[in-house]
Write a new protein. Structure first.
Length: 599
């Protein structure tokens, strides 16, 4: 699931038609800062109770300019993390002339009711907006703010089209069934996150204890227990966790948590979507973006702006120059709150559009270390580089003796072969501790244990900007009714260093549709299309190679598929079947990687 913000846990939170932005010297200076002399003193109202139509009262903390004698725009957020976590941000906007309200979602913090993830946020948010419009200090212009959980519920509220909602700013917003669960494959992190939001109060110290969680995730794997027992194993039996397990595919339950096509079409307000290359909700945030752009009116589409930085989940609000061992230029760090202040000044106060938003899409080009702009996502990379899988004598099972990613189509090429034994616990030994430098770590590629294949491209003859969503097609035969595949992409430098680019997963039974299963008939050759990679933008350096690694998922951080074809969350070691996988790449069954190249 989406990551809880570390800031919460710690109580702190150039091609034609494009324009380049900020040099490192003025990366943050593009947004005019409000000096302390221009800031106002503020008042606070703690424990404000706002009644909903069903009688439940939601708790809010209100911050507003001191001695307010005029009506001002109001901004609100709805959080399950207890509103005190966002105190610094609320104060920031109140000192700049806004009434800012931090709402505990129902069943959390000091709000009444029962907490159910996203279940009541849309109607509650609609009623909050209506209530706000009637307050003596509100001028009827209302915006929403927030990221992660509070980015997702902005979309749900906006889909209800509250009359006085003027703008939303969804940051790092998850999209159920796209990134949570990820394409129908559960994550061990789900119960870790649910423990944070169990009960009424903040449980971030439990969440931070990575040693505890890794011990429990490894225990589930090494004892070959069903994924559905994970909540009891960690000591927190969770009806919410079990509810998710009982809905393994997109259905009416999951559909109710996001806007319908009709609701996306009804969103006619300015939107600023923010995500990061390394944001765990990258694919979810961009699914919301694409659904709105696909269904909205032309007038609504031109008011939807997108910013994609070289950030992880937390960094979408508090950018850092280093993520997972990978460092970026000074231009990568912008003042996100100042950008949002300019956005609200534009949409709620009639001010100027933020100078940072030179076009409707802003993305950071890693390697070149600068911001680039485009009119749309599709306009960035109209060219595709297709690299076909090939190997010599079926030798592709080792990073040092790999297959090839060739620009020419294969003619006569033998299949490659690997084996996945769900009872093999050696991969769990690689995950005994938190992998902090995950963007440059190579342990998974160098320790396949026979479960996987590796392919390398020729060295790039010039710097090449790869921007967008990769696509991978593979022809596969296996002798079990189901398994889970993962594909990872890397840039490998001349010195042998590795940089993670993107990855994607597929559960074999859902290779044709996430909504319905079709188990594998043993020894049939089937086509798999991996089209759920994250968006990334990186200048692949001259002399670097692309590495593609493919194998079956065997990690303590993912739900274990024991390959029996049954209900995966209920499978255990007794159901295990070893999968023997053949990957085809001949003239009639071409397996290939397609990279989007910036014009």
């Amino acid at each position: 699931m989406f990551e809880i913000e570390k800031a919460i846990a710690l109580h702190i939170l150039s091609g034609p038609g494009e324009m380049e932005n900020l040099s490192p010297a003025n990366a943050s200076g593009s947004m005019k800062r409000v000096s302390k002399d221009d800031e106002t003193e503020i008042d606070m109202v703690w424990g404000l109770k706002v009644p909903m139509s069903d009688g439940v009262r939601l708790n809010a903390t209100l911050f507003k300019p001191k001695g307010l004698r005029r009506r001002v725009p109001s901004i609100f957020t709805m959080t399950p993390y207890v509103s005190d976590a966002w105190h610094p941000d609320a104060v920031y906007f109140a000192r700049r002339g806004y009434a800012f309200l931090l709402f505990d979602v129902r069943g959390r913090g000091n709000s009444e009711g029962t907490f159910s993830v996203w279940d009541r946020d849309a109607p509650d948010g609609y009623e909050i907006a209506e209530w706000l419009s009637k307050q003596t200090w509100c001028n009827g212009k209302i915006g929403m703010w927030g990221g992660s959980y509070a980015g997702t519920n902005q979309w749900s509220v906006a889909g209800r089209a509250p009359p006085n909602l003027e703008t939303i700013v969804p940051i790092a917003s998850a999209y159920p069934t796209i990134d949570f669960p990820r394409k129908n494959i559960g994550s061990s992190y789900d119960i870790q996150w649910l423990t944070v939001v169990s009960g009424l109060t903040d449980n971030s110290n439990i969440w931070k204890d990575q040693r505890f969680w890794i011990e429990k995730f490894r225990e589930l794997q090494t004892r070959h227990l069903p994924f559905g027992r994970l909540d009891r194993l960690v000591g927190n039996p969770s009806p919410q966790f079990q509810l998710w397990i009982e809905h393994p595919t997109p259905d009416d339950y999951w559909d109710s948590l996001v806007p319908s096509k009709t609701q996306y079409r009804a969103i006619e307000i300015p939107i600023l979507t923010i995500t990061g290359h390394y944001d765990s909700e990258n694919t979810g945030a961009l699914q919301h973006y694409r659904q709105h752009m696909l269904n909205a009116s032309p007038s609504a589409r031109v008011c939807h702006y997108l910013v994609i930085g070289p950030w992880d989940h937390e960094g979408t609000r508090k950018p850092s120059r280093e993520i997972g061992g990978l460092k970026f230029g000074e231009a990568s760090v912008i003042d996100v709150n100042e950008l949002l202040r300019e956005w609200y000044d534009w949409t709620l106060k009639g001010g100027k559009k933020p100078s940072f938003l030179k076009k409707r899409v802003a993305y950071y080009m890693e390697g070149a270390e600068k911001w680039q702009y485009a009119d749309s996502l599709d306009a960035i990379s109209r060219r595709k580089l297709t690299l076909y899988l090939d190997s010599k004598d079926s030798a592709a099972n080792d990073a040092f003796h790999s297959g090839f990613l060739r620009r020419s189509k294969p003619r006569r090429s033998k299949t490659d072969f690997f084996t996945y034994d769900p009872l093999d616990t050696r991969p769990a030994d690689l995950e005994r501790e938190e992998i902090k430098n995950y963007n440059v770590d190579q342990r998974y590629c160098l320790n396949l244990y026979g479960n996987g294949v590796v392919y390398h491209s020729d060295p790039f003859v010039q710097d090449t900007d790869v921007v967008g969503f990769p696509r991978f097609v593979a022809w596969i035969k296996m002798d079990v009714p189901d398994t889970d595949f993962i594909v990872r992409l890397f840039e490998i430098g001349l010195d042998g260093s590795s940089i993670a680019l993107a990855d994607d997963v597929i559960r074999a039974r859902y290779r044709k549709s996430l909504r319905s299963q079709e188990l594998i008939r043993p020894n049939d050759v089937n086509r798999y299309e991996f089209d759920g990679f994250q968006f990334f933008a990186r200048r692949i350096a001259k002399g670097s190679r692309i590495r593609l690694m493919m194998g079956c998922l065997n990690s303590i951080h993912y739900q274990k598929n024991y390959n029996s074809g049954g209900a995966v969350a209920r499978e255990a070691g007794k159901d295990a079947r070893t999968a023997h996988i053949r990957l085809y790449h001949d003239s009639s069954r071409q397996s290939f990687l397609q990279l989007p190249i910036r014009s």
